[in-house]
Ligand binder design. Sequence first.
Ligand SMILES: *Cc1c(COP(=O)(O)O)cnc(C)c1O
Length: 355
Amino acid sequence: MTDSDTNAAIQALLRPNIRSLTPYSSARDDFGGDAEVWLDANENATSPLGLQGMNRYPSTRHQELRETLSHIYGVADSDIFAGHGSDEAIDLLMRAFCTPGEHRVLSLAPSYGMYQVSATINDLSYDEVQLAPDFTIDLDALIHALTPSTRITCICSPNNPSGNTFSSAAIERLLNSFDGLVVVDEAYIDFAPEDSVLSLHPKYSRLVILRTFSKAWGLAGLRLGTAIAHPAVIRALYAIKPPYNLNNPTLDISDQLVEKQQQVRERVKEIIDERERMAIELDKLNFVQQVYPSKANFLLVQVTKAQAVYKHLLRHGIVVRDRSRLPGCENCLRFTIGSYEENERLLNALSLFTP
Ligand SMILES: *Cc1c(COP(=O)(O)O)cnc(C)c1O
């Protein structure tokens, strides 16, 4: 396929009203140059609250941040969308590429709940294919579940809440099995970088990879997530996003990200070490049936009575995630790996549980 063929194929996937949309153009988009006096955006010339710089609107195209992200991911800045968390990218992808009441979204079960919520908000039917009891994927079943109306397939890898990853070969087979977008949510990939599908990005224009700064980078409160895809997909997301989706503090942090990569890697290693220690300790408890292997910063643990354990932990001031109502997660709790002290408190409280 030539570049123009690829662009045309992506254009054809866009919702017709989005294909013909003239995006909102902010004051700063209209005037792209530099100046000394800015009287174009009805801002306040000073900050009465003394918050320097907050009186100015943030950048809409995030050029500086995208250059930083380009450096971190090793992909062109034209292939990166920066969003208000990766949850924003999930919603924007559905809005740009799916027609309400007509198209369908396909995912796996159990998986991240936002795919279904975003699909429902956008009035898209949601289909899911159950993972095997050990959470491996039945690719034939997934491909069988594709319909002519399926526009987006969401695969979370490492999967939340099961913690396992899916292979690049599986993602490639899916990409070759239908014409829509394959979204691979790599929110936890910093804990298993060897399992990323990023190397497929140059080859597949319909592959969208989601990353976030909320987990390994410890910036959940900042709200910064990204989508990596073909420039035609990224242009569509920039065309429909709210103009000022990222705020100044988020954009200002970009010059710190590259130099902090080593600290992030060290923290990731600590979390992984703690995860493996916790897996061994949890396995020793008599009411623990199974600790599922995890490539993320959490452990999915099957116990004899999830509700009772959950309530017991609450009485000790510890809140974990009860996943027992999800299909395939009967009696499962999800424990985030905390600090050493927090993990010790969890183990201590669990040791006091009488089944
Ligand atoms: C936490 C999480 C996200 C979150 O992203 P934000 O960038 O904080 O919006 C996305 N996907 C999965 C699977 C997650 O677990």
